[in-house]
Design a binder for this molecule. Structure first.
Ligand SMILES: *[C@@H]1O[C@H](CO)[C@@H](O)[C@H](O)[C@H]1NC(C)=O
Length: 431
């Protein structure tokens, strides 16, 4: 009996100490202007919101001449006709526990890319950005700001060299061409930006600051963990898109591995990305691991190895999906539709063969070899099973939670099996 009481007390303390896992949901406002089945309206978010602890509105941008943080689509975000900022932050009335942040950058801001670097070099530009950003967020009811800073990406590397042997190791292939000659200055500038943003937010009640690390940004270069970790509430680790058809058009490979597959660069996987922050002294609870809801697709041709095992020869990005209409990308419901050919209907393309990974370390892929006139396709993607595996990884490392990148590419209509948001749900249940 005594031991039972002791146990109960212990469990109660345990529950109090470990905060509940976070489920950070990215909302990409571009989904509002897609067509037909891919068009997501604020109402479509509702079935997701009982699972999300945080909602991140993507994305605001930077005005090149003034360095102010601004809406990239005022007509949608701000003007009275849609007033999407207010529509989204207004979700808090029904879901009061939800934290809604306004994110800036996220690769959505495509005009004059050097402004992200220039801003970090200038204290005046940082001040203009911070003041305008906080005002924009406050005026529209956001709980804070997320910095999805558009740092320069490192150069993609071939897995296999021209003579056919596999990747040889860090020394031989890395560090030759610097992408950013002022790396150190930009690292310091970002630390200053975070510090100044925190100070400015501190005078407001309950305002949060998070950062999102975009894929293929070298965190070692730009993020000074000990200097910034106490200033931010959350770090969203964008551990996806390690291989993409844009960056690696001739080689298809797992785009979102948890661990390194054999003979690959040991830095390009979720575990390595997480360890960088842990080794820098970040509390595990502040780290959130991304789960992408879209697949990366490559065209296969007659030179592609017929077994389909990655890495394999490819011929650029796969065709755009019928709904999302972006080359090299298929949303989860678009992948799902390609896996099933109901009743083997005539005239429909043969379905893709799905290959799961029993080790649960690298991810799932599906493919169809080129045949007669039909092109071949290879897709690396997350499904509810692999989303659950990533959530299980997060749990095993006692990280803060997962992020869903993004809601509009999950099956928000339930086209695949009838369940809405299957990837979000699978991740949530495994946390
Ligand atoms: C990131 O930068 C570090 C330090 O310069 C370097 O050792 C590492 O190879 C880089 N990582 C990638 C993936 O390029």
């Amino acid at each position: 009996m005594k031991s039972l009481i002791f146990l109960a007390g212990f469990l109660a303390i345990g529950a109090a100490v470990v905060p509940p896992s976070k489920v950070v949901c990215y909302y990409d406002s571009k989904s509002y202007v897609r067509e037909s089945q891919a068009r997501m309206l604020p109402l479509d978010l509702e079935p997701a919101l009982s699972f999300c602890t945080h909602l991140i509105y993507g994305y605001a941008g930077i005005q090149p001449d003034t360095y102010k943080m601004v809406s990239l689509n005022e007509n949608l975000d701000i003007d009275r006709s849609h007033a999407n900022y207010l529509a989204i932050t207004g979700m808090k009335r029904k879901y009061p526990a939800l934290t809604v942040l306004l994110s800036v950058g996220g690769h959505a801001d495509t005009e004059g890319l050097e402004k992200y670097n220039l801003l970090l070099e200038s204290p005046q530009a940082r001040t203009a950005f911070i003041n305008s950003g906080i005002l924009l967020a406050e005026q529209h009811g956001f709980d804070g700001i997320d910095l999805a800073w558009q740092f320069p990406e490192f150069k993609p590397k071939k897995i296999r060299s021209s003579w056919g042997s596999f990747w040889h190791g860090v020394k031989k292939t890395f560090g030759s061409t610097p992408v950013d000659e002022k790396e150190a200055e930009h690292r310091e500038g970002f630390t200053a930006l975070v510090r100044e943003m925190r100070q400015a937010l501190n005078v407001k009640p309950n305002k949060q600051l998070s950062i999102s690390i975009l894929p293929n940004v070298n965190a070692t270069v730009y993020f000074d963990v000990p200097a910034i970790i106490n200033l931010v509430d959350i770090v969203h680790i964008g551990a996806y898109d390690y291989y993409t058809p844009e960056r690696n058009p001739k080689e298809a490979d797992y785009s979102t591995p948890i661990y390194t597959p054999q003979n690959r660069n040991p830095l390009l996987n979720a575990d390595a990305a997480v360890n960088y922050w842990l080794q820098g002294g970040a509390p595990a609870q502040k780290l959130i691991l991304a789960i992408p809801t879209f697949g990366r697709t490559w065209k296969l041709d007659s030179e592609s190895e017929i077994a389909g095992v990655p890495p394999l020869h490819a011929d650029g990005p796969g065709e755009a999906g019928p709904y999302t209409k972006i080359e090299g990308i298929l949303s989860y419901p678009e992948v799902c539709a390609k896996l099933i050919n109901p009743n083997h209907q005539k005239g429909m393309l043969p379905h893709l063969r799905k290959v799961t990974d029993p080790s649960k370390r690298f991810g799932t892929y599906a493919f169809r070899l080129p045949e007669n006139d039909e092109g071949g396709i290879w897709v690396s993607y997350e499904d509810p099973d692999t989303a659950g595996q990533r959530a299980a990884y997060v749990k095993s490392k006692s990280l803060g939670g997962v992020s869903i990148v993004d809601l509009s590419m999950d099956d928000f209509r339930g086209l695949c099996t009838g369940d809405k948001y299957p990837i979000l749900r699978a991740a949530k249940y495994r946390l």
